[in-house]
Design a protein around this ligand. Structure first.
Ligand SMILES: Nc1nc2c(ncn2[C@@H]2O[C@H](COP(=O)(O)OP(=O)(O)OP(=O)(O)O)[C@@H](O)[C@H]2O)c(=O)[nH]1
Ligand SMILES: [Mg+2]
Length: 651
């Protein structure tokens, strides 16, 4: 997992210099491409009244953008200055364009390094802020799940996702009849907002408006919007809003699906997503007859003529609206054509599943199926639009502006939630059975010369993929390959090991454990090979990525050098972490990480027993903490949380 995570980090720190059409197939995350970034950087300035989180997230995203673009350019008068690539001759920090291999030489580098370090420092602070918010939200979420609404029902959250400008905010606003900030600009929403809505069944749900997705979402944004995207991962169900008037709706759809997969939404949840074909009022202008037919069919078969009148009475507002929409369209197509030029070399559509390839010209027939036979209010209790049906066969056509389809959407949400709840209850019982107390073990190669870099890289990646600071702090550090280190410093280690087991009086156990120690012959040659690979890899990494910034971002508590192995180890084994004292508060989750560690050799078996004991102890500790804060059963249930881990591990 760590190797995969490290390669992700490398992708973070070292984005593809030349946007490659298939880049995101390699990294699992999209590469940085200029167009969306440029659009973003120009649009960030225009945001109004963002919340503290969205501010941190936006700043972080902007910061990461700046950092990747931070290059020396030849400014007016031939002076070297800092700016964005593309402005002038590029003399990159990474040697891009200079022909070098990451070496920095000549005037200006110190300043460049300084700038990068400042960015790095600010970044660490922002990450901490975002982490705070994320923790708060997690608590809020668990409270919501625990308390539910006043009827004792669990409060469900429905995340509204979709391509930017699809009309998510307008729709959420229309559905909840409250006024959300909606704006005809990209990324009008940088913070998810929750709005409550009463579903037809009387159940209360929270609608969560989210950040609009864009194609080739820059990897930095995935990181920056982590808190936001977490809402999506945590939501009970998703509503995918598509702008049915957009010419490239298929690309928008596949982009959204890709992003959802990348941020770790389970396939199950993606499959059971409701598709909303929004802005149907614009499409209808060209094709009014068909839609009228369908709408007639729904409501007339139902015999609810009153309802029909009520719903469509709001349809008569096209006058100023259509002129507004033509403005709207202009902005859209400008942005999208720029994007198409730079990003979409056919790869997005080629990644589409056949079931996702339904073109917009199938609106009428699909819609007829869905409304008339499957999804109509009358048949809502049948298995039409069930979670087993492929996505996009079930959709609702809406206009967030005129109100068309909103009632149907609410009914469908209601139905889906009931279905999902039934499924969850059937498989897990009413309470969450999926909760697993978790503890992480961080394995370090104690023979590696640059172990501090390894440690900080891993810590950074863990933070970036959203592991809570709490969990990171309580992580067990394993200093592995101690058999190699011990060769140089055998006495000290022997002393410590003696101390643990002899004070315990478990000499048998000691023998058992160390009886496997006699295999150094072929093993040491293996280890030297291994080392060769490592150092080759790391020196390349050092050249390209680590211009002092990673180590400079280390907290003092993380800076313990490997030469403190013996003494720390002694503290830990002899006084704090030894099996004898495992029930004391030594190596507790409140202790800073790396003060508690276990020295192991996975090859010889040294320390394995201690590691298992420490894991045991930590888990007990964590469980106690969790029980204290959430009660004995899981209140933290999240359907897709495990998938996030797996995703990260795959990449
Ligand atoms: N004609 C029409 N316009 C709509 C409809 N829904 C939204 N709009 C307009 O589309 C534009 C974008 O709407 P938003 O709700 O801000 O879109 P969004 O998906 O939240 O956008 P981001 O937050 O940037 O991702 C606004 O000008 C809305 O008025 C609709 O059903 N019909
Ligand atoms: Mg919005």
């Amino acid at each position: 997992m760590l190797r995969a995570a490290v390669s992700r980090l490398r992708a973070h720190l070292h984005p593809h210099p030349h946007p490659h059409p298939h880049a995101h197939h390699h990294h699992g995350l999209p590469s940085v491409t200029p167009a969306p970034l440029r659009s973003l950087s120009t649009r960030w300035g225009k945001r109004s009244s963002p919340t503290a989180t969205s501010e941190s997230e936006s700043e972080l995203a902007a910061l990461m953008y700046m950092k990747t673009r931070l290059v020396r350019v030849r400014g007016p008068g031939g002076r070297l200055t800092f700016g964005s690539s593309g402005e002038a001759e590029v003399v990159s920090a990474r040697g891009r364009g200079s022909g070098g291999r990451g070496f920095i030489s000549g005037a200006g580098e110190t300043e460049l390094q300084l700038q990068r370090r400042r960015i790095q420092e600010r970044r660490v602070r922002l990450l901490a802020q975002i982490e705070d918010v994320r923790r708060t939200r997690a608590i809020q979420r668990s409270n919501r799940k625990r308390h539910g609404n006043s009827f004792g029902q669990e409060l469900v959250t429905v995340a509204v996702v979709g391509y930017t400008n699809a009309g998510k905010s307008t729709l959420v606003s229309a559905l909840s009849e409250t006024d959300l900030y909606s704006d005809d600009r990209l990324f009008a929403t940088v913070d998810p907002r929750l709005r409550s809505v009463i579903l037809p069944s009387g159940r209360k749900a929270l609608l969560s408006d989210t950040v609009g997705f864009i194609s080739d979402l820059p990897v930095q944004l995935v990181e920056a919007f982590h808190a936001t995207l977490e809402e999506v991962v945590e939501a009970d169900m998703l509503v995918h809003v598509l702008d049915s008037s957009a010419p490239n709706i298929e690309e928008h759809r596949s982009t959204v699906l890709q992003v959802l997969q990348q941020i770790g939404v389970s396939q199950d949840k993606i499959n059971s997503m409701i598709e909303v074909w929004n802005k149907i009022d614009i499409v209808d202008n060209n094709d009014n007859d068909v839609t009228d037919d369908i709408e007639d069919e729904i409501f007339l078969t139902e015999g609810e003529e009153d309802k029909e009148e009520e719903l469509f009475s709001e349809n008569d507002v096209p006058a100023e609206e259509s002129s507004f929409e033509s403005l709207d369209d202009g902005t859209d197509s400008e942005y999208l054509s720029e994007e198409n030029l730079e990003d979409n070399n056919g790869e997005i559509s080629s990644s589409l599943e056949p079931s996702e390839m339904r073109a917009m010209n199938s609106v009428s027939s699909s819609s007829k199926d869905c409304f008339g036979e499957l999804c109509g209010p009358e048949t809502i209790s049948t298995d039409g639009c069930s979670s087993t049906q492929p996505m996009s066969t079930c959709h609702v056509k809406t206009s967030a502006v005129t109100g068309t389809g909103l009632q149907e959407l609410l009914e469908l949400i209601d139905k889906k939630l009931t279905e999902r709840q039934t499924i969850v209850e059937r498989s897990y019982g009413p309470f969450d059975r999926k909760w697993r107390p978790s503890s992480s073990v961080h394995v370090l190669d104690s023979s590696a010369p640059n172990i501090e870099e390894h440690r900080s890289t891993v810590l950074q990646v863990l933070q970036q993929i959203g592991v809570s600071q709490d969990k990171i702090n309580s992580m067990i550090e394993v200093w592995n390959k101690i058999d190699i280190v011990d060769n140089n410093d055998n006495d000290v280690t022997d002393d410590i090991e003696d101390e643990i087991f002899l004070t315990e009086g478990e000499e048998d156990k000691e023998e058992e454990l160390f009886s496997e120690n006699d295999v150094p012959a072929e093993e040491s040659s293996f280890e030297s090979l291994d080392d060769g690979t490592d150092s080759e890899y790391l020196s390349e990494e050092n050249l390209e990525d680590n211009n002092g910034e990673i180590s400079s971002s280390l907290e003092p508590s993380e800076m313990r050098a490997m030469n403190s192995v013996s003494s720390s180890s002694k503290d830990c084994f002899g006084e704090l972490c030894g099996p004898e004292t495992i029930s004391t508060d030594g190596c507790s989750s409140t202790q800073p990480m790396s003060t508690c560690h276990v020295k192991t050799s996975a090859v010889t078996g040294t320390g394995l027993q201690e590691l298992l004991e420490l894991i045991d102890k930590k888990l007990t500790e964590r469980q106690t903490i969790v029980e204290r804060s959430y009660g004995p059963f899981d209140r933290k249930w999240r359907p897709s949380s495990s998938v996030v881990g797996e995703k990260a591990a795959e990449q």
